[in-house]
Design a protein around this ligand. Structure first.
Ligand code: LMR
Length: 328
């Protein structure tokens, strides 16, 4: 009788082991729109690899780059429907969910990436991570890409050079106002369409970082790039609050620490990639880089700065002041 009990116990024990060994890991789909050799591409892959190393039995991260799964306008809806669990859209793409993030689109707001870092890590920047909780979207952290440059079919040295020209922009009213301020025509289009729009000359120009201009080959179809550094392209890593709050505590903590490490890596990479890829564009000889004189740059600032007043009520003057205070 004793041996019978022992056999049953052994059976129950091994069944338990087998079941736990086959417990399905949680799948985290991370959808983004850029190439893999970009700050976001590298950060996403790093996060996937860290999670595999540190908690591979519990969670699997699947990364879908290059708008393979969703473009950035659809990805937030997909996130709320549970079709993906992580995304990192540009800060310009959250207008439907909150007004405060529009701060980051104000032209000539940040002097350099150190100022951006100062604001994001400060109390005002941190508070913005939670600005979409009422819509079910939780910000987990910021990621840099860098400052934007202007590319076009014709040389842009002064604001009048942009007048009447069509520029692709992200889905942001601040960016629309910025181009309207120089009498240009802004067109909101998904990132995945930009190359073809430029190649077919359906549009005259666009604004983006060195990294995106390089990795998506925009420089091959744009004969001029003005080094304007006029605005910021950074990201917010987001998840659905419902998904995140439903995770076992140890899993959420593990993902949070892997993400913090991946973001640190991605932010460091963003500086290196920006320099490196700018140089590759110069070396290609496919496009002329236009450097602005201080007088020329001042004309762009003067033309675009009134956009600040237009959006200050929605963004909050306290947020703007805190950002400006970071320009040391
Ligand atoms: C763009 O649409 O130009 C960027 O937001 C793409 C990206 O994610 O860097």
């Amino acid at each position: 009788k004793k041996s019978c009990v022992a056999v049953i116990l052994a059976l129950v024990f091994s069944l338990g082991l087998a079941l736990s060994a086959h417990a399905e890991p949680i799948v985290v789909k991370f959808s983004h729109v850029v190439a893999e050799n970009t700050p976001k591409g590298k950060m996403a892959n790093k996060f996937r690899d860290l999670v595999a190393e540190q908690m591979g039995d519990k969670v699997v991260v699947e990364v879908y780059p290059n708008s393979q799964l969703f473009n950035d306008n659809a990805v937030l809806e997909a996130l709320l429907l549970g079709d993906v669990q992580l995304a990192a859209p540009a800060l310009s793409k959250f207008q439907k969910y909150t007004d405060v993030l529009q701060l980051y689109d104000l032209p000539f707001l940040f002097k350099d990436m150190e100022a951006v870092e100062c604001f994001q890590q400060g109390p005002f920047g941190k508070k913005m991570l939670k600005s979409m909780m009422d819509k079910g979207v939780l910000g987990l952290g910021y990621l840099h890409n860098g400052l934007k440059q202007l590319s076009a079919n014709s040389p842009l040295r002064v604001p009048a050079d942009a007048a009447g020209k069509k520029f692709r922009i992200m889905t942001s009213d601040v960016l629309a106002a910025q181009f309207e301020a120089v009498d240009a025509i802004p067109l909101k289009k998904p990132f995945s369409e930009v190359f073809t729009l430029l190649q077919t000359k359906a549009i005259d120009g666009q604004e983006n970082t060195w990294s995106n201009i390089y990795s998506k080959k925009f420089y091959e179809v744009q004969p001029y790039i003005t080094e304007s550094n006029h605005g910021l392209l950074d990201y917010l890593v987001v998840t659905s609050a419902e998904f995140w709050n439903g995770l076992p505590e140890d899993v959420a903590a593990g993902l949070e620490s892997a993400l913090a490490e991946a973001l640190e890596y991605g932010n460091a990479e963003s500086f290196a990639l920006s320099e490196e890829q700018k140089q590759m564009i110069i070396d290609s000889g496919r496009t002329e880089i236009i450097e602005l004189t201080p007088e020329e740059r001042a004309l762009w600032v003067e033309a675009m700065k009134p956009v600040w007043d237009e959006f200050a009520p929605a963004i909050g003057q306290d947020n703007i002041d805190a950002a400006v205070a970071c320009n040391k």
